[in-house]
Structures are given as C-alpha cells and as structure tokens.
Design a protein around this ligand. Structure first.
Ligand SMILES: [Zn+2]
Length: 484
C-alpha cells in the first residue's frame, strides 16, 4: 500500500443557547411534547415576517471573537431552497451564498490552536462562521401510522463553523473538534451537548501522494457525533481512498455516512453543487447591520478562554502540563478547581486531589459531576488541614471518602472521629519504643545497617497510633535510634 497524506476539514453545526428561536419568539425547548413551540414564522406561513434574534447574533459574534475571526458589520441573509419533509417552508434562511456577492457570513478568517500528543502545536484556520436556522424533525416509530413530524426544532438558531483544510490527521481532527466544543462551553454560546444533538460534526477528507501535492478529490462524511466516530470514520475513509488510488481508480466527490458497526463509509449521494439550492438574497430580510460598539462590548466581556486558563494554571499554580490540561478540558471541572484553588494553601496538591481522588469517585457516581456533594471550599480546607499538619495524607484519604459520601465539612469529620494528627514527640517516642521492644531482632538488623527495615517500623508505629502519628516525626525518631 502506498503512503498518502490526508487533508481534512471540518464543518461543525452548533445549536445556540438562546431562550427563543432564530427569527420568532417561540421558545427553544428540548424533550417536550411535539409541535408545542410553533408559530406562523417558524412554520413558514406565507406572509409571516422573520425578525433576527439579537441574542443569537451576540452569541455568533462572541464565538467569532473567541476564534479570532473578523466580524462582518454588514452581513447578509440568503435563502437556501430545498425540499425535505422536515422543512415545511421549503427553504432555510442562512448566510451562505453560492455567488460571492451573496456570501457575507457574520464571521470570517479566524483560527484556533491544538496541541498534539507529541507536543506539536498546530494552528487551524477558521474559514467562516455563519448563522442559520435548523429544520424540524421526523420521528419514525413502528406503529401503523408510521412517521410523525415535530416542528419544535424548526427555526432553532445554529452556527456553522467551517475550518480551513489545515488538518493533517484524524488525531488532529478530533483535537480540533474538542477545542471547538470547549470554546463553545467556555463562552456559553452553546450547551454543546452531543447526546442532545446540540453539536454535530461533518468531516471532509482527501488524500495526496506528498505533502505539497495539490489536494485530491474529497469525500464529505456527515453526522460524526462523537470523537471516536470522527476519528474512526476519517481513518476508514483514508484507507478506502488509499486502496482506490492504489488500484488505479479515481476517488469520486460525494457525501457519505459512517456505519460504526461495520467500520465503513458508504455513499449517500453524489455531491450537490450550490446551483441545486438556487440561493438568492432573503427577500424578507434587510442586511444585518451591526454597530461596531456592540462588537467591542462583546469583545470586552469575553470570558477567560481555555488557552488562557491553561497558561494561568501553569504560571499561577505551578501545575504540570498534564494536570493543567485535565483541569481545563471540562469547564465544570475547571471552574470547580479554580474556585477551590482560591482558598487553598497548596494548589498543586489540590490539583492531585481533584484529578486522582475526586474525578475517580465521580466516575462511579450516578449523575456524574453535577451530583457531587463536596463543595470546592471543603476540598481546599482538607488540603489546608494537611498543610497545617492537623492530619496526615493517609488520614486525609479517609476523611475525603467520608466527605464525598456525606458532604460534611472536613473539620467536623476530623473532630467527630478524633483523627487529629499526633505531633507530640514524647507520645510518638513511647509508641516507637513499644514497637522496637516487640520486634527486637528486626531492630538489631536495622541498627546494623539494614535500612530497608525502616519502612517496616514506620508502618508498625503508624498502625499502633491508628494512622494518626505524624510520619515525619516517626521517621526522625527512627533515624535518631539507628544512629544512637
Ligand atoms: Zn415560531
């Protein structure tokens, strides 16, 4: 098999987190009764006039600024005509155009950065972000009446993010999709929940014989709605195109779907061209003229973004790159840690507790991260109790298990269970001497230079003290005895 180089681009649709629809006042609500939120505008009755949702425009601009885009202050709406049973209007209002004069999406020419597992940072261009409305939904069931139509989703605001074909492997495609999802969550522009269909990804891929050869013919794979499926679908299509070219055949431009069970892509339709949609400027709308002051206000109130937070965690808290990565990936975990770190004497130790203890317990917890009873200040307090020498690390794990289960304050648990660390040197010395007497033979060997036995003695003393002895003092006493 010859070696080919993949060229990949992504198109990501995300549902904006507005309360109401793109061009009418109908509420956006999922998991409700069918056809509850509809009106003449979103059903496309003749004569009904659409009015753009200001919040949706604000969100699109916020997303554009977070992705370093230029904002078009004179954007345009176009009508994309097509027939489909889930689209009563027979067209979709969008910002793509067919002809360049009609093509004025709200955002253009941005970029984001991804960091590969090998440490290489790559910049991926964002061609454009445009706004549009969603179609309705067909619901198929096994009843004699068959298929049903639910118009609740008609007119829901979407942004489509289109990347440049800058992605060079399925791994980079996954990192790009993850980064976009993360930015959607950090900016609050979308709930970006894949299970609810808030975010959907299409991937296009072509291959070429060398890294500077012209692009090959591409296939577009629709609806890759998990990171795993995106990676597997692109890999399967890469192999298929490789086999095709090796056999002396040509790759056909087409739209495909991916079947995860068979791990195969298959053709849905040969690629449609822009003329098929008969785009024209939307006659019911004027241009979307945006006040520059509105854009500046959004820029000024942009929240901290993932890359900036990652850098802050490295610099301010001295976290390792791995820890900073884990603690910025998911905004909920990140905000939780950040809140805890504010009152913590040792954020680096706190990071360990969040990653190894808290996130491990959360995996087993019904309801996931949202269901945890421990609040950030409590874990911060637990770490401070260790730092202050009130309890040792081993006892802290016991306290943590209790906190996680009950949501009680660490101070209360320590007090109730009498877990305060013993730091009284005389008391510890007494325990050490008891242990030494009981294990006279081993102690003789230890004194004679068998250093490995120190661990045994520390263990025994800790056991006798119910885990409460300060391990540092125990070590000091044993060192003294060995020398003396
Ligand atoms: Zn409506």
């Amino acid at each position: 098999m010859s070696k080919y180089y993949p060229v990949i681009g992504l198109e990501i649709h995300c549902q904006l987190a507005t309360k109401t629809k793109m061009f009418c006042g109908c509420e956006v609500e999922v998991n409700t009764s069918p056809n509850k939120h509809v009106c003449p505008v979103c059903l496309g009755f003749p004569g009904a006039m659409p009015v753009p949702n200001k919040k949706a425009v604000e969100y699109a601009i916020r997303l554009g600024l977070a992705l370093h885009c230029e904002i078009d202050l004179n954007a345009m709406w176009t009508r994309k005509n097509y027939f489909y049973p889930d689209l009563p209007k027979g067209y979709q209002i969008t910002q793509t155009g067919g002809l360049p004069i009609y093509d004025h999406p709200i955002c253009r020419n941005g970029w984001l950065e991804i960091k590969r597992a090998d440490g290489v940072v790559r910049r991926i261009g964002i061609t454009r972000i445009h706004m549009e409305e969603d179609a309705g939904k067909l619901v198929h069931d096994m009843s004699p009446t068959g298929s049903h139509f639910d118009a609740n989703r008609c007119g829901t605001p979407l942004c489509e993010i289109v990347t440049e074909p800058d992605i060079r492997s399925p791994e980079e495609a996954v990192l790009t999709f993850k980064k976009i999802k993360q930015i959607l969550e950090y900016t609050g522009v979308s709930h970006a929940n894949m299970e609810n269909g808030n975010i959907r990804c299409d991937g296009n891929i072509s291959i070429r014989p060398s890294e500077d050869a012209p692009y090959g013919t591409r296939a577009e794979i629709k609806n890759l709605n998990s990171f795993t499926n995106l990676e597997k679908a692109l890999t399967a299509e890469y192999l298929l195109q490789t086999v095709t070219l090796d056999a002396g055949k040509e790759v056909q431009q087409c739209t495909k779907r991916y079947d995860p069970n068979a791990d195969k892509t298959s053709v849905i339709r040969s690629k449609e061209d822009a003329p098929d949609y008969k785009y024209f400027p939307e006659p019911d709308m004027v241009r979307l003229v945006t006040d520059p002051a509105f854009v500046e206000e959004i820029r000024r109130t942009l929240p901290e973004l993932p890359d900036a937070r990652y850098a802050r965690f490295l610099n301010d808290f001295k976290l390792t790159e791995y820890d900073a990565q884990v603690l910025t990936d998911d905004i909920k975990v990140s905000n939780w840690f950040d809140a805890a770190a504010k009152t913590c004497k040792n954020p680096k130790i706190l990071a360990n507790w969040v990653i190894t203890e808290l996130l491990r317990e959360v995996k087993e917890l019904e309801g996931g991260f949202d269901a945890i009873k421990v609040v950030p200040e409590q874990l911060s307090r637990l770490v401070n109790l260790i730092e202050e020498g009130t309890i040792n690390g081993k006892i802290a794990k016991q306290v943590f298990a209790d906190m996680f289960e009950t949501g009680k304050d660490p101070d209360t648990i320590v007090k109730e269970k009498g877990l305060v660390q013993i730091t009284d040197t005389a008391a510890i010395e007494k325990t050490v001497m008891e242990v030494v007497e009981k294990n006279a033979a081993q102690f003789a060997e230890f004194k004679a230079g068998k250093v490995a036995l120190k661990g045994f003695f520390v263990g025994q003393v800790m056991k006798c003290s119910g885990g409460k002895a300060n391990p540092k003092i125990v070590n000091q006493i044993l060192d003294k005895l060995a020398q003396g």
